[in-house]
Design a protein around this ligand. Structure first.
Ligand code: MG
Ligand code: MG
Length: 276
């Protein structure tokens, strides 16, 4: 049986520079959202802080209105993995909050997520977030050398399964994606080893790399709001995400202020900005 593959959108340098503009606005919005996320504050307030940064820069939200999504960020707490609604939920000491947001400038998208722990972190939650973040950077570092998109998931999987201590699970139901003139494009970017090499990596390819790890089983379900994804066993989850461009000069992390210099340094990868 033959399957038609969805087409990959390869971006010009000028288009990648637009995505970088969106990425920098997004990085600033996430900085302010993370700073606003404090014990005693609602997740709706964190959303309003994020939204105000987009407004300040005349950027649009790619989340608000996406299949009816009501807010500019996903705010997912503890066992909520992704797609949580900002609400009147008041953040508590030890909560593991995932803030996933996006921005559009002149039709070009950026998508990025961070995990932040309120007050005193359970050491196992801190470890979960640290390893998820490192898994993201290792996936991005793998892209710098990769011939095929599947090598990103291989690198993430090899790292997570080699970490000593209590094993962490890599969610398989939710994956990274191409990004550009839409938030979600081909190809899928799996966070685990599949034995399939996936699409060939070429200049102009832009990918959102977003491992989601859990402290328990991989099984998830969607709550009655039709959006919020939770782990069935109630185990806590972490998500980290950056949007990354591949171009003739190398890779560039569009949603990191420094383009990925610091995050990639431990892996011997130096990102290359595109000059305007
Ligand atoms: Mg995202
Ligand atoms: Mg994404």
């Amino acid at each position: 049986m033959a399957f038609s593959q969805p087409k990959i959108e390869y971006k010009t340098n000028a288009q990648i520079l637009k995505m970088r503009e969106a990425g920098l606005v997004l990085a600033e919005a996430l900085d302010e959202a993370v700073a606003a996320a404090q014990i005693g504050v609602t997740t709706a307030h964190v959303d309003s802080v994020f939204a105000s940064v987009l407004e300040r820069h005349n950027a649009k939200s790619n989340f608000k209105g996406y299949h009816g999504f009501p807010a500019t960020i996903c705010a997912s707490v503890n066992e909520e993995v992704v797609h949580g609604f900002p609400s009147d939920y008041v953040l508590k000491d030890g909560d593991v909050l995932k803030i996933d947001g996006g921005a559009i400038i002149d039709g070009w998208h950026a998508d990025s997520a961070r995990t932040v722990i309120m007050g005193t972190a359970d050491p196992e939650d801190q470890r979960l977030s640290d390893i998820t973040q490192e898994a993201m950077w290792r996936g991005i570092a793998a892209l710098a050398e990769a011939r095929f998109v599947g090598q990103i998931g291989d690198a993430i999987d090899d790292f997570v399964s080699s970490v000593p201590g209590a094993p962490l699970g890599i969610l398989e139901d939710y994956v990274g994606h191409g990004i550009g003139s839409e938030m979600h494009q081909a190809p899928d970017v799996l966070n685990y080893r599949t034995g399939h090499r996936g699409a060939r990596v070429k200049p102009g390819m832009c990918l959102a790399i977003e491992p989601m790890l859990v402290r328990g089983d991989l099984e998830t379900k969607v709550l009655e709001d039709d959006w919020t994804v939770v782990t069935v066993d109630g185990a806590r989850a972490s998500q980290w995400e950056h949007s990354v461009a591949v171009h003739l000069g190398g890779i560039w992390v569009l949603t990191a202020h420094d383009g990925g210099v610091e995050g990639l340094a431990p892996f011997g990868v130096t990102p290359s900005p595109i000059q305007a």
